[in-house]
Write a protein that binds this ligand. Structure first.
Ligand SMILES: [Zn+2]
Length: 74
């Protein structure tokens, strides 16, 4: 029994690509829409141009963390 289950690399890549298109991806295992969690200890001005997103599945509680570039819309 694993307490900290993770998505594999292919699943994370698929979710990141869908998120980059502006869509909230579903969990590939549960087909439940992921929940976005804020990252960081409430501090602003980190100075990073890119933003990180932490998506959490409310069903299986797996999470995925990735960098998402924002600010441009096609
Ligand atoms: Zn899940």
């Amino acid at each position: 029994m694993t307490e900290r289950a993770q998505y594999d690399a292919a699943e994370q890549r698929a979710m990141r690509e869908q998120r980059a298109r502006g869509e909230m991806p579903p969990c590939p295992r549960c087909a439940v829409v992921m929940t976005e969690r804020p990252i960081g200890g409430g501090s602003f001005g980190l100075g990073y141009a890119r933003q990180r997103e932490w998506l959490l599945c409310p069903s299986c509680h797996r999470s995925a963390l990735f960098d998402v570039r924002r600010g441009t819309r096609n």
